[in-house]
Write a protein that binds this ligand. Structure first.
Ligand SMILES: Nc1ncnc2c1ncn2[C@@H]1O[C@H](COP(=O)(O)OP(=O)(O)O)[C@@H](O)[C@H]1O
Ligand SMILES: [Mg+2]
Length: 294
């Protein structure tokens, strides 16, 4: 048996430079097997870059990273990855089942698996994982015709179909409405607890997942902090990370509201243009159902 204290992702004093700019430096963190960890921080601060480093798609300029005890990029099949969202063309006639099957073919990223196919077993796994994410009712429909939440469930199924040990999710709640954010958060929690998958998820708003998180990595212009959500998301830490006075308020029902957060110094922030005090604020902290129904 593997120890539950086993560190599966480790960064030591890591630094990334892209296009001549330091994206982040001095980043150290440990994520243990089975944990649900969130990477938080403003736009352009290097959250997606952190995931790409762990996947071996981006190299470090300095420092060290270990994933499942080895250098990144050597774990095809042991790692599932849901990249930051792009939308499907409504006219795209690929069925949900086939989207999930792509995860087995390794067509999404990395190299195809060696030829040792067992079609019946593959089909069973595809059906099981579609059921796990609660997408059985619509997996035979064209992906382009489905709602954002339905598409996201199928993409999570695709990332899970090879039974990965680690699942990287880059802003999976992005562009979902609040009930779907709650339902997908609950689903991801279910996957991490029931399937024992280590989940590392980039999030814009911590509140939908706050109750589930074992660990938070908060990246800001002034550095990065790792720990439990309530250790990390404090007035002191965020003021230091953003290099400006910030206040973290906890509402009576446990939500976190960040006041005074400046815009990120992003060179070109892409989609989120949320202003101060919106980033960790959610009006809807409640989780719906078990996440597998809707
Ligand atoms: N290939 C690249 N070359 C140069 N700069 C890049 C490259 N990829 C990303 N960046 C920059 O690195 C910064 C961090 O990007 P990213 O990790 O996508 O941020 P986040 O996910 O936190 O929004 C951004 O300023 C982005 O423009
Ligand atoms: Mg990103």
């Amino acid at each position: 048996m593997r120890s539950i204290d086993e560190v599966v992702i480790e960064f030591r004093d890591a630094c990334v430079q892209l296009g001549g700019h330091t994206i982040w430096s001095g980043l150290s963190l440990e994520i243990k097997r089975g944990e649900f960890a969130a990477i938080l921080g403003p736009n352009g601060v290097g959250k997606s870059t952190l995931i790409k480093v762990a996947l071996g798609m981006t190299g470090l300029h300095f420092g060290e990273v270990r994933v499942l005890g080895a250098a990144p990029g050597r774990h095809q099949g042991e790692i599932g990855y849901l990249p930051q969202r792009r939308s499907f063309d409504p006219s795209l006639h690929i069925r949900g089942f086939d989207i999930v099957r792509l995860g087995l073919d390794g067509a999404r990223w990395g190299l195809p698996l060696p030829m040792r196919r067992n079609r019946a077993r593959e089909q069973r796994r595809i059906d099981d994982v579609i059921e796990l994410v609660g997408a059985s009712d619509y997996a035979d429909r064209s992906i382009g015709q489905l709602s954002g939440g339905e598409q996201q469930r199928l993409l999570i199924a695709q990332a899970l179909v090879q039974r990965p040990e680690i699942l990287f999710l880059d802003e999976p709640l992005d562009s979902l409405d609040l009930p779907n954010q709650g339902a997908i958060s609950s689903l991801i929690h279910h996957v991490s607890t029931v399937e024992g998958v280590t989940v590392v998820m980039v999030a814009h708003d911590v509140n939908p997942i706050l109750a589930y998180l074992d660990r938070v990595i908060y990246i800001g212009p002034g550095g990065a902090v790792s720990g439990t959500a309530h250790e990390v998301i404090t007035t002191e830490n965020l003021s230091r990370l953003f290099k400006t006075p910030i206040e973290v308020l906890t509402t009576s029902d446990g939500r976190l509201v960040v006041v005074g957060q400046p815009e990120a110094p992003a060179h070109h922030s892409d989609r989120h243009e949320h202003g101060a005090a919106t980033m960790l604020h959610a009006e809807h902290p409640h989780h719906h159902g078990d996440g597998t129904s809707h």
